[in-house]
Ligand binder design. Structure first.
Ligand code: PEP
Length: 342
């Protein structure tokens, strides 16, 4: 198929301001993205190839968006800013739903760039806050696609110290400097395999907040605790210790993820009633620690085998304000989960 490349009038204006080589870079980029063609041919302002959807590409301070439709590739050029403040910390009016992808330890940079290139345009929506929590080395691959969109970049862990001899660790300031706006803290896998405790969770939550990063603080019971009937007591304790010495103003910036350990990566989801019961108990303990108005601002996610099939019912619960998604965030199913939160 032959596509005619059309630059939007705004794109023309932006491009005129840039170095002439940028246009060449864009065309070169388009060539590299032609799939199924070993020898892409440029025919003046036209190109051959099998194109689909929308591509995003960053050139210096500009984002290039290419939309393919009806044999025309419309190119837009948008000037991009710094870390987006869509996560206006503390301004969570009406508890906008927040869906976070936890990619865990998956993908190479090339795979992540390709996947984020497909995913971001599908979840770049104003109605839902979307965060991609990627491994550190994949931040660039995510950000090159997410910058200038509503999609935020998140980390899966950080250290509570500012700097120093902590081999293998990463600080809040380092994350903030590379546009990270959220960080998962105290995920059960970190508690289980890396000895995280409520005490380290608390230190990390406070450090993240001081760096302007919103913590996604995880809590949740094991199967044994559920069977023993101490689920709610256990979660209440995790919340109290995790938020120890966190002011009401700062607490409103925290996202809490309720993740029953027995439901993570197992394909077993808590029933909607179980999830809502736990999330309501979390809001109750937040009311006791702070006050109703603060508790009403804090967003509480459910996490544990969330899929497009169960998402809508979970999100319809009064105390469930979104999801932390593991397995299903590694495919375009994640976009369907975001859709269910609209
Ligand atoms: C998670 O890792 O936080 C998680 C909820 O994983 P999954 O969706 O795969 O259960």
């Amino acid at each position: 198929m032959i596509y005619r490349v059309v630059f939007s009038s705004d794109a023309e204006k932006q491009l005129n301001k840039l170095d002439k080589s940028v246009r060449v870079q864009i065309i070169d980029y388009l060539k590299t993205r032609i799939e199924g063609s070993t020898n892409p041919r440029m025919l003046g302002n036209a190109m051959t190839g099998d194109f689909k959807g929308s591509w995003r590409y960053k050139v210096g301070k500009y984002r290039v968006i290419c939309d393919f439709k009806d044999n025309i590739c419309v190119v837009q050029v948008i000037k991009v800013g710094h870390r987006k403040n869509v996560y206006d910390l503390g301004g969570n009016d009406m508890r906008k739903k927040i869906i976070a992808a936890n990619w865990k330890m998956n993908m190479t940079p090339a795979e992540a760039a390709r996947f984020a290139g497909e995913l971001v345009p599908l979840v770049d929506v104003p109605e839902v806050d979307v965060v991609i929590c990627a491994p550190f080395v994949l931040f660039g691959a995510v950000w090159v696609n997410a910058e200038g969109t509503t999609v935020a970049l998140g980390a899966q862990n950080m250290h509570y110290e500012d700097k120093g001899a902590f081999t293998g660790e990463i600080s809040a300031d380092m994350l903030s400097a590379v546009q990270v706006s959220h960080v998962i803290i105290g995920h059960s896998e970190r508690r289980q395999y890396f000895n995280e405790t409520d005490c380290t969770v608390n230190k990390k939550v406070k450090k993240a907040l001081s760096a302007g990063i919103a913590p996604i603080m995880c809590c949740g019971e094991s199967l044994l605790q559920r069977e023993m009937g101490i689920t709610i007591e256990h979660i209440r304790m995790q919340i109290k210790l995790g938020l120890l010495d966190v002011s009401a103003g700062d607490a409103a910036k925290v996202v809490i993820a309720y993740e029953p350990i027995w439901a993570i990566g197992t394909g077993v989801t808590a029933t909607t009633a179980q999830a809502e019961e736990a999330c309501a108990a979390i809001r109750q303990v937040l009311t006791e620690i702070y006050d109703k108005s603060t508790a009403d601002k804090i967003r509480i996610q459910y996490g544990g085998s969330v899929t497009p099939a169960n998402a809508a019912e979970l999100f319809a619960q009064p105390n469930i304000d979104g999801a932390l998604v593991g397995g299903a965030s590694l495919s375009l199913d994640f976009a369907k989960i975001v859709e269910a939160a609209k």
